[in-house]
Design a binder for this molecule. Structure first.
Ligand SMILES: [Zn+2]
Length: 700
């Protein structure tokens, strides 16, 4: 899984240039900054596109779905490499309720009979498409069954699409729905179809979204061929659904299967070649023009006269629980071993996964390898750095969520930041995002890493690509859902960041996300893999070595302020004029405190390294700032989500919502509740401001 760029809420910020003093580093003394810059350049010089390519080829040599022997082999590969570099390693095993599909079949049964061939099949140019046995194609956590019914086309299967169908007098009750991929997480599509009484759901990749309408198809081009299928999980929760909020260790208590929020109906992913066989003959209601996709005939909603039969079977009865493995390469901090900076990427895939997510695994591996060369030369970081690979991300962020639930207390106390690498290297288009407190540092790191195009730094190329106006910064995405940063940020409020280089493609979650695709259409030189890793190594080291943690709470508070007008107009629409004021005041208070802290920090560091005790007090207070913006009991309707700043939209899955406790109170249509939530959030901003005041006091 990865984030869908179009679904990321972005915000262009007007900020003064942060690169006025090229060599100064927030949180460092002048001497410390010079040493850190030198360390980062040495690490960069250790980076190697050839090494990245070798790891990529090895790790994508076979399909490695979570819960299979092939995935145990990627675990062993990563651990062996890290040991070879002299790293301390750790592996954590969890037992996950994760049935695998054992059989999936589809027939058209009216107006005539046709058995569909669901396999993607071999492409002569791509050895990994014919060298192994193709795994059963499936949507993870699909329900099982054998159903036959007329077909109804539901566009993207969004809540508003069903409202449209209602207005057309079309229902999916007792029918088989067929939806196109896109615009929402597929689990939401399954939930909405089942809620409305559909007997089964087919989700297909329309050529308008990532097929021939967008470009030449694989293997001639990078886009999705007619037989290409997007697999993927249809579970909406994060983590093992049988152990909500606690780790899935062997012997852990489990929820009854009947209580789990997973689809009960069969859900089947399909190519547009096969979808054509069902869509072309549909009659019934005429569709709105925006529902027309890229296939060369007029779409209709149905129902019928086309009917289909779906069969999905799984190993639920015989082998529902499977082992997964997270790996950790650990560099113990020399001075502050309990403060932890983490970088990670998921190691599982739906196919060979060279892009999703061998590329992220390779970025983490390369960052680890280059860091270890300096550690072994005597440059041990002050704080602990952990290089992680997660299992079963594709099934619902499972490996990272179970880990976060396992290590909650340690992470709450000492978790400095989590940096995520999911599909970071498949082309030249730069993207980055994360917590506003880390954005200035990420921009500065990118300003010191050369772009593989040769056209300047990554940051400079990014400015050009995003057409950032003078005085403003390229837009950065907010943390929503969709990858392993979510448990760290949504559940614990730990600052997160991610970055990467991308390109349009149509092999997402397909057998053709392969080494051949990557070396023909993606990162052909592996320079983008190396650049992503270089950014990663610089990020972890800069966080790990700072005297004072280099969060930027001025940008954080300004970013929060930037969210106020939209919230205010939503409140005004509900007749709540002026209701946003307490929140706006508390954010302003945080900005004042943040500015005072930045001044005090810079003044203190100008005099030299602060005393151990004052640095310790300042850092402890800084670690409390974003924790203060979480609520231990979570969102009112989703207790696992503790961050009150960002959450994934529960009706979309990928999209981000800001100030979720306030936003979700709107659904209750209760102004008193909304007022309570605003005041609760304002109080938490005030305590974040107090934590900053304590950090300031510690440095005076
Ligand atoms: Zn992914």
């Amino acid at each position: 899984m990865t984030r869908v760029p179009s679904a990321i809420a972005v915000l262009a910020l007007a900020l003064p240039s942060l690169h006025a003093q090229q060599d100064a580093l927030p949180g460092y003394t002048a001497a410390g900054a010079a040493a850190e810059r030198a360390l980062e350049s040495r690490i960069a010089a250790h980076g190697s596109a050839d090494t990245a390519r070798a790891h990529s080829k090895a790790l994508s040599s076979e399909t490695h779905i979570a819960g299979t022997p092939a995935q145990a082999r990627t675990r062993d590969y990563v651990l062996a490499a890290m040991k070879r570099w002299g790293m301390e390693t750790e592996m954590r095993e969890y037992e996950i309720w994760m049935p695998h599909t054992t059989r999936m079949q589809v027939w058209r049964i009216a107006p005539d009979t046709l058995a569909l061939d669901l396999a993607e099949g071999p492409v002569p140019a791509d050895p990994s498409s014919w060298s192994g046995t193709e795994a059963v194609i499936a949507n993870g956590y699909s329900g099982t069954g054998d159903v036959s019914a007329p077909v109804v086309y539901v566009n993207y299967g969004l809540i508003e699409d069903y409202a449209q169908l209602d207005s057309m007098g079309v229902s999916v009750k007792g029918k088989i729905a067929i939806a196109r991929y896109g615009r929402s997480f597929r689990g939401i599509k399954a939930r909405e179809a089942e809620k409305r009484g559909a007997l089964g759901l087919i989700i297909y990749s329309d050529p308008e979204d990532d097929g021939f309408v967008r470009g030449d198809v694989y293997p001639k081009g990078p886009m999705r061929p007619s037989q290409g299928v997007q697999r993927g999980s249809v579970m909406n929760d994060d983590g093992d659904p049988t152990t909500p909020g606690y780790p899935s260790k062997a012997g852990a208590p489990r929820l009854a299967i009947s209580k789990l929020a997973v689809p009960r109906i069969p859900v089947i992913p399909m190519s547009y070649g096969n979808a054509t066989q069902l869509l072309r003959g549909l009659g019934g209601a005429a569709i709105p023009q925006s529902w027309q996709g890229g296939l060369p005939f007029r779409y209709h909603a149905g129902p019928g006269p086309v009917m289909a039969r779906l069969i999905v079977q799984s190993d639920t009865a015989t082998n529902a629980y499977k082992k997964i493995w997270d790996t950790f390469g650990i560099v113990r901090g020399s001075e502050l071993p309990d403060e932890v900076v983490m970088i990670g990427g998921h190691r599982d895939a739906w196919g060979p996964g060279t892009n999703d997510n061998v590329s992220g695994t390779v970025s983490v591996l390369e960052a680890a390898r280059t860091t270890m060369l300096e550690v072994r030369a005597g440059h041990r970081p002050r704080r602990t750095i952990i290089f992680a690979t997660w299992d079963a991300e594709e099934w619902g962020l499972i490996g990272s969520t179970e880990y976060v639930e396992d290590d909650t207390l340690r992470l709450l106390r000492g978790g400095v930041a989590y940096l995520n690498q999911d599909t970071p290297a498949s082309g030249p288009h730069i993207g980055a995002g994360g917590s506003p407190s880390l954005r200035p540092m990420l921009r500065d790191v990118m300003a010191h890493v050369p772009d593989p195009s040769g056209a300047g730094s990554v940051y400079a190329v990014w400015r050009t690509q995003s057409r950032a106006a003078a005085g403003s910064e390229p837009p950065m995405g907010n943390p929503g859902g969709g990858s392993d940063f979510a448990p760290f940020n949504n559940h614990l409020g730990i600052p997160i960041a991610d970055w990467g280089f991308g390109n349009p493609g149509g092999v997402y979650h397909s057998l053709y996300d392969s080494y051949h695709w990557m070396t023909t259409f993606g990162d052909t030189s592996y320079k983008y893999h190396a650049a992503a890793a270089e950014i990663g190594a610089a990020m972890v080291l800069r966080l790990a070595n700072a005297d004072i943690l280099p969060y930027d709470y001025v940008e954080f508070a300004r970013t929060m302020h930037g969210y106020v007008p939209a919230l205010d107009s939503a409140l005004v629409k509900r007749g709540m004029v002026g209701a946003v004021s307490p929140l706006e005041r508390a954010i302003a208070q945080m900005e004042t405190s943040a500015a005072a802290f930045a001044t005090a920090r810079d003044a203190a560091l100008e005099k030299g390294t602060p005393s151990r005790s004052s640095a310790a007090r300042a850092n402890a207070a800084l670690l409390r700032v974003e924790r203060a913006l979480t609520r231990p009991q979570g969102l009112r309707t989703r207790p696992w989500f503790r961050s009150l700043i960002y959450a994934a939209d529960e009706d979309n899955g990928y999209a981000n919502i800001v100030f979720p406790s306030v936003r979700e109170s709107f659904k209750a249509n209760d102004p008193a509740l909304t007022t309570t939530e605003i005041s609760d959030l304002a109080k938490r901003f005030s305590s974040a401001a107090r934590a900053l005041d304590e950090a300031t006091a510690a440095l005076k």
